[in-house]
Write a protein that binds this ligand. Structure first.
Ligand SMILES: Cc1cc2nc3c(=O)[nH]c(=O)nc-3n(C[C@H](O)[C@H](O)[C@H](O)COP(=O)(O)O)c2cc1C
Length: 207
C-alpha cells in the first residue's frame, strides 16, 4: 500500500489537496476539495467542517473516494459547487471523477467531533476528524498528489527576488505572505520544504 501511494506522490503524515467524491443517501454524486493525509499501514485521515455536503454524505454512507488529480477546473468547479455530471464516471454505486489519474476508496472507521481551536478558520462550526481504512487504490496514469507547501514556497521565492526593489507597503505584504506560507508549510510539508522556508524567512528578515 505504501509503495502504491508513493507512486502517486503520497508520503506518510504529509497533507495533500485532493478531490473527495461521495454519494448521498438518495444517490446524488458530489465533489469537493479536501485535504488528505496518509497515516501509515492502510489508515488515512481527513478533517471536514460541519455544513458541507461531503461531510453529510460520508456520515450517511461511511465511505468516500479521494481523487488524486491536478486538474485546475475540477478543483475550481468542485469548490464552486458546479461540477457537471459529465465529470463523473458511469459507476452507479460510487462517485469517481472520470479522468482522474488515480483514486483511493476509503471506508470510514472513526469520527471524532472537535472544536476548531488550532485552525485558522474560527467560527461556530465543529470540525470532524475522520479516520478511515483504504479499501482500494486505483492508478490509471502518472500523477503526483498536490502538496500546497511547494506553491507557497515558490511564490515567496519569486517575491524575494523583487523584495529589494519594491516599496514599504509591498515589502510588508510580502513579509505577511512569508509568515502565512511558513505556517502552512509547517503543517503540510516535508522537512526539506520546511528547511527551505526557514532559510528564506531568515533572508527576508535580514533585508
Ligand atoms: C484546496 C482546498 C482544500 C480544502 N480542504 C478542506 C478541508 O480539508 N476541510 C474542509 O472542511 N474544507 C476544505 N475545503 C473547503 C471545502 O472544499 C468547501 O467547504 C466546499 O465548498 C465543500 O463542498 P461540499 O459542500 O460540496 O462538500 C478546501 C477547499 C479547497 C479549495
Amino acid at each position: 500500500m505504501k509503495d502504491e501511494l508513493k507512486r502517486i506522490g503520497i508520503e506518510k503524515d504529509l497533507q495533500y489537496e485532493c478531490i473527495t467524491t461521495t454519494v448521498s443517501k438518495n444517490g446524488v454524486k458530489n465533489a469537493g476539495a479536501f485535504a488528505f493525509v496518509y497515516l501509515g499501514e492502510n489508515k488515512v485521515h481527513c478533517h471536514i467542517f460541519e455544513g458541507s455536503k461531503t461531510l453529510k454524505n460520508i456520515l450517511d454512507t461511511g465511505e468516500y473516494v479521494v481523487n488524486v488529480t491536478r486538474d485546475p477546473l475540477v478543483f475550481t468547479y468542485a469548490t464552486l459547487d458546479c461540477l457537471g455530471d459529465e465529470y463523473y464516471s458511469n459507476d452507479s454505486d460510487i462517485a469517481v471523477i472520470k479522468n482522474t489519474p488515480a483514486y483511493i476508496i476509503v471506508d470510514v472507521e472513526n469520527v471524532d467531533v472537535r472544536t476548531p481551536e488550532n485552525f485558522p478558520v474560527k467560527g461556530n462550526n465543529n470540525i470532524y476528524f475522520i479516520t478511515g481504512k483504504i479499501r482500494e487504490i486505483i492508478i490509471k496514469d502518472n500523477v503526483m498528489a498536490f502538496n500546497r507547501g511547494m506553491s507557497g514556497l515558490i511564490e515567496c521565492l519569486v517575491n524575494f527576488s523583487r523584495y529589494k526593489i519594491v516599496d514599504d507597503d509591498k515589502r510588508s505584504e510580502y513579509m505577511a505572505r512569508v509568515i502565512e506560507n511558513q505556517r502552512v508549510i509547517e503543517k503540510v510539508s516535508d522537512e526539506k520544504t520546511k528547511r527551505a522556508m526557514a532559510n528564506l524567512r531568515a533572508e527576508y528578515e535580514k533585508n
